[in-house]
Each structure stands twice: as C-alpha cells, then as structure tokens.
Design a protein around this ligand. Sequence first.
Ligand code: PNS
Length: 170
Amino acid sequence: MYRKNENLIAVYPGSFDPPTKGHIDIINRASKIFPNVVVAITYNYSKNHMFSLEERLSMMKEAVFKIKNVKVEAFSGLLVDYLNSINSFCIIRGLRALSDFEYEFQLALMNRKLKKDVETIFLMPDKEYTFLSSSMVRELTFLGGNFKKFVPNNVYKKINKIEKKRRKNV
Ligand code: PNS
C-alpha cells in the first residue's frame, strides 16, 4: 500500500449521471492535493440511471482530459475491491450540505468495515455548487429546462445530442 508518496492514488467514485460542474470542482481540488486521482464511474444500484456507463465515462473523460494527474475509469462491483485492484486506500467524496452527511457517513463507515485501512476524505465544492446535483440536472433535462450553466460544455453538447436521438426514436 502506498502512503505519503508519489504513487498514492486517490479514488473519486460516483455515478456521475451526468457529470456536473460541482464534480469537476471537486476533481480540480483533489488533483491539487493528491499526486494521482482516479475518477471511478460505476452503477449506483439504488438509482435509475439516465445515461449509460459508456456515456457517463466519455462525458467525464472529455471534461477532465486537460488535468494531467487525473484518470477516468469504470468499475463494477464493490468499491473496496476496486481500490484493492489498483492499490489504493483513499476515497474522495464531495460534501455539499448537511443533507449529504448521513448517507456519506454510512458509506464511509461501511467501506471501512469492508476494508480496514480505507480512508474517506471529504472535499467541499465552491459555494456556487452547493445546491447542484446530477438529479437536478436530470430533471431539467427531462423537463426541457435550461441546464447549460450547471454542466461542463462538452457534457451540455453531449446530453443535447443524446436527447435529440432519443426523441427521434420515440
Ligand atoms: O454518485 P453516487 O451515486 O452518490 O455514488 C455512490 C457510489 C457509486 C460511490 C456507491 O454507490 C458505491 O460505492 N457503489 C459501488 C458498490 C459499493 O461498494 N457500495 C458500498 C458498500 S455496500
């Protein structure tokens, strides 16, 4: 296990359905603290996803390709197994408001129960993004609201493209 050295890998896991400017803000902050950051995209079994894993992966890859020490990967199964597979013990999660805390607390302690040496580190996004969530962006998308300022440019373009295609096929 790598601690306190240049091989340390911090993993920022999530469903990123879709990636928002709040996620990118957290990734930027993490990339300034940790030598290597892996954004790890997966299914959240308690959510119905709007975008496929491939779509979320490509949106996130495009959004962060300029940040040199950040990689984007997909995984399935338990997060702790994924951490083991890449020799990491460090999880990053964003904390926006008190309402996030209960779920994050549960997740962090469950992961620690499953893997003793795991550490979850919480980062706060800019206050501009404390109200922002993927679920709100999904709702805006679904109801035809304007979500341009809440997501990176490439994500905005991609969502419009996907939605156009979907409407054509209905
Ligand atoms: O962005 P999200 O949906 O809040 O992220 C939640 C996520 C994907 C990090 C969490 O559901 C997760 O870690 N899923 C993988 C399965 C797992 O390890 N679950 C926790 C122990 S039951």
